[in-house]
Design a protein around this ligand. Sequence first.
Ligand SMILES: C[S@@+](CC[C@H](N)C(=O)[O-])C[C@H]1O[C@@H](n2cnc3c(N)ncnc32)[C@H](O)[C@@H]1O
Length: 184
Amino acid sequence: MPVIELFVIAGLMLISVSIVWSTLKVGISPMPSSRKARNAIIKLMKDTGNGPVYELGSGWGGLALVLAKRFPQRSIISYEASYIPWLLSVVIQKLLRIDNLKIYRKDFLRADLSEAEVLVCYLHTEGMQQIADKLKDEEQGHRFLISSTFALPGYPIDRSVQINDFYKSPVYRYRFTNDADEGN
Ligand SMILES: C[S@@+](CC[C@H](N)C(=O)[O-])C[C@H]1O[C@@H](n2cnc3c(N)ncnc32)[C@H](O)[C@@H]1O
């Protein structure tokens, strides 16, 4: 077998192992959200101000890029654990010169989310429980969380949209109030 083919096969195997390893570690693959889910997220972003949006688990970066282009006045901060999807998304962001988007390779559970006005995610049941625990443990400044498909346990839903897909998947929005809001 020619050397070049061996390199290609070895490279593909390394990429696959890296993605499978990270999927086992965080409990979900970098599967992108559908166009309908993205549209529902954008709809629920209405009336959430112009402050920073933090995406928790950005996968290949598709949703991050859409949000950054749709809301050029907002700063979009994304966190992704899986190396290959993160790398590809950063390359695309640099090539397209999308300056209001930053994508970090980091576990969002260890990140400081206090500057976020809106948190956005498409994760899994356990991931949502981890987020709920993090929100309870830490003082946070954010005001909204928008989650595709999976609910945030222990918090009342502010608004939701049902996607017209096979599963009739929901996208939930949560609104967090603080004492200052309640005084208004
Ligand atoms: C289903 S994908 C969603 C991708 C993107 N948000 C979208 O909607 O298209 C979930 C992503 O979250 C990432 N993820 C899960 N837990 C994470 C964590 N604790 N820190 C960083 N990324 C995480 C996974 O690696 C995966 O790429």
